[in-house]
Design a binder for this molecule. Structure first.
Ligand code: IMP
Ligand code: MG
Length: 175
């Protein structure tokens, strides 16, 4: 069988343009607040690096390492914190920066866990959103880069079994 060809879903240029727009929105919304960008590792590392440079405000940059237990490419909602925060987020305006929200279980867990640490406000920003796959009710994303169809996507931080995070664009293998 011939090898499948990787197709580009979102180009490098489209990513950068949208990230600039998100940065401007966040800059307007968080002016005068105590912004902490909480970048979720590993998948959010490239998005977080570009997004923080598109925000024209003082901001704390923190990282939280998580690993979700998956079952045939779908998360189970059981999330392991592989690298916790070093500093308290109490009283801070926290914006979670994620690569993708799929079933929503990981983000629902993160919001519930982080709310117990008493931030002044907490919202979520995800580069990609697969709304059609949502399994949890009432999950709100304050900022979304792109709505995408139900493809398994790789690149720009997103991996396939640990590889391909370093692709500069978002790609997928058509079925
Ligand atoms: P959720 O808990 O189902 O929303 O899944 C969230 C996590 O699953 C993400 O943070 C990714 O690590 C992983 N994931 C979901 N969809 C994809 C995809 O299309 N490509 C790569 N990873 C994905
Ligand atoms: Mg992730």
């Amino acid at each position: 069988m011939p090898e499948k060809k990787l197709e580009t879903l979102i180009s490098k240029e489209q990513l950068q343009k949208r990230i600039q727009e998100l940065g401007e929105l966040i800059t307007q919304d968080y002016r005068g607040k105590d912004l902490t960008l909480l970048i979720i590792l590993k998948g959010g590392f490239l998005f977080g690096a570009d997004l923080c440079r598109a925000i024209n405000l003082p901001a704390y940059i923190e990282f939280l390492g998580v690993s979700s237990y998956e079952d045939e490419e779908e998360s189970t909602g059981v999330v392991q914190i592989t690298q916790d925060l070093k500093y308290s987020i109490e009283g801070r305006d926290v914006l979670i920066v994620e690569d993708i929200v799929d079933t929503g279980r990981t983000m629902a867990y993160l919001l519930a866990n982080l709310k117990t640490r008493k931030p002044r406000s907490i919202h979520a920003c995800s580069l990609l959103n697969k709304e059609s796959k949502r399994c949890v009710d009432g999950l709100e994303l304050a900022y979304t880069g792109f709505e995408i169809d139900d493809h398994f996507v790789i690149g720009y931080g997103l991996d396939d079994k640990g590889l391909d995070r370093n692709l500069p664009y978002i790609g997928y293998y058509p079925s």
